[in-house]
Design a protein around this ligand. Structure first.
Ligand code: FAD
Length: 419
């Protein structure tokens, strides 16, 4: 190459781009980061509800990769080079202690996603790295099967012997990743699957559900059924929102639900007392009513349930009962209340869109990537990282681990080739 602007151009200053850049710059190579946003790491800074679920503490690579059922065969190679253990070492060595929480999810001890961004930024604040923010890239240039650089939307060309595409996928486009990478890859004849929101809240149209917005139900069972048959049954925590339902359990079930929705309407039912049978729950209600004979139901039921849920149960069972003293509630009416507590039902109107998605699938076909070094099989000096790959995975730290692994593997390969 006659002239070059850097040893490596990294397009996208998100999780994977920043990590890759830092590793290369630390070895004295010249890195140019081109980022369309005004700031780096926008998505990372809001990840994990602002706490950043940085990885998942499953140290056995085989077990870890069971979470990637369709793509694990591709991922053994990069994960045998850099996996969860190495992620712990990488961040802790750079002054970011990590803690393991429920379901092996790992967070920074500070509980602050911006600390993760800061660690990665520190790695690129040096004389080997130039960072151009506010610089959207339009296309990748190539000649005779070799990538030569990129062109900005404004028409400026940058050249380098190695180009890393780390522009993310199509989920949460307000953070910068709006599918630009898919378009650029299609233009250079890569096969790219369209994006569907995979890990995404579910939409419900019923108003009583919207009224529960902000209510978290820590232990319930949700059943999704079609044509009267239960198709999916899960126990855990649910969060009601102003558009429907969310929370890790719903997010991780949304893909299966979206597949059901393709076949027809889906009904959901929440059991607020999944470990209690109807008879025992009725006995608890009888006891509660005996203790509060002259009080109104709407003031009594919140002793058993969160107030918002108690009011939803009354609304669904019989709204008129709310103002009635519990001693005048009939056996049938009480039994209906009990039944309702174990079967709050509503229709699923759909999944929310890409704008609300934590993860969307879609991306470059895995057969077109050499996973031993993260290069394109069409262009041996083009590297593909993170969300741009067509890989389904659950929530729980698996997406970011994919970023750390692919970034590290690509960086090592580039360093080897730059010697
Ligand atoms: C709300 C939310 C919460 C999440 N929480 C977690 C979590 O806790 N744990 C977890 O594992 N995963 C989480 N994820 C997923 C995780 O954040 C992503 O998998 C990860 O950020 C992907 O990293 P990336 O480097 O591939 O892309 P991104 O982080 O999306 O970075 C891509 C960068 O490229 C830039 N870019 C895009 N197009 C261009 C262009 N044409 N020119 C120049 N620059 C461009 C973008 O502006 C962006 O800065 C979450 C996602 C969302 C939306």
């Amino acid at each position: 190459m006659a002239e070059k602007d850097a040893d490596v151009i990294i397009v996208g200053g998100g999780a994977s781009g920043m990590m890759c850049a830092g590793i290369i710059a630390a070895k004295g190579k010249q890195v140019l980061i081109l980022e369309k946003n005004k700031e780096l790491g926008k998505k990372l800074s809001i990840s994990g509800g602002g706490r950043c679920n940085i990885t998942n503490a499953e140290l056995d690579v085989r077990e870890f990769l069971k979470n990637f059922p369709e793509s694990s065969k591709f991922l053994f190679s990069p994960f045998s080079q850099f996996s969860v253990k190495e992620t712990f070492t990488f961040f802790e060595k750079r002054g970011l202690p990590l803690v393991i929480e429920a379901r092996k999810r790992v967070f920074p001890k500070s509980q602050n996603a911006s600390d993760v961004v800061d660690v990665l930024k520190k790695g690129i604040e040096n004389s080997n790295t130039r960072i151009f923010t506010g610089t959207p890239i339009r296309s990748i240039t190539h000649e005779d099967g070799i990538v030569t650089g990129v062109i900005t939307k404004g028409g400026k060309a940058y050249k380098a012997p190695y180009v890393v595409l780390a522009v993310g996928g199509a989920a949460a486009p307000e953070t910068g990743s709006n599918g630009d990478g898919f378009r650029m890859l299609r233009e250079i004849e890569h096969t790219v699957a369209d994006s569907n929101p995979n890990i995404v809240p579910l939409k419900v149209n019923e108003k009583w559900v919207h009224k529960l917005s902000g209510t978290t139900c820590s232990f319930m069972e949700i059943r999704f059924s079609q044509n009267g048959k239960t198709k999916i049954k899960k126990k855990g925590k649910i969060l009601f929102t102003h558009f429907g339902i969310s929370g890790p359990l719903v997010l991780n079930t949304s893909f299966e639900v979206s597949k059901l929705l393709e076949k027809g309407p889906v009904h959901a039912e929440i059991n607020l007392f999944p470990d209690t049978n109807e008879g025992d729950l009725d006995k608890r209600v009888v006891k509660l009513f005996d203790k509060n004979k002259n009080k109104k139901l709407r003031n009594v039921l919140p002793e058993l349930l969160q107030k918002s849920l108690a009011h939803a149960v009354i609304f669904l069972a019989n709204p008129a009962l709310g103002e009635v003293s519990v001693h005048s509630i009939s056996k049938e009416e009480r039994k209906k209340l009990v039944k309702t507590m174990q079967s709050l039902g509503f229709m699923i109107a759909g999944t929310m869109g890409l704008d609300r998605a934590v993860i969307a699938d879609g991306g470059v076909a895995l057969e077109e990537v050499d996973f031993s070094n993260m290069t394109s099989r069409k262009f041996p000096n083009l590297y593909l990282l993170g969300d741009i790959l067509h890989i389904n995975r659950p929530s729980g730290g698996f997406s970011l681990q994919l970023c750390w692994t692919t970034a590290w593997v690509a960086a090592q390969d580039i360093l080897k080739r730059l010697v």
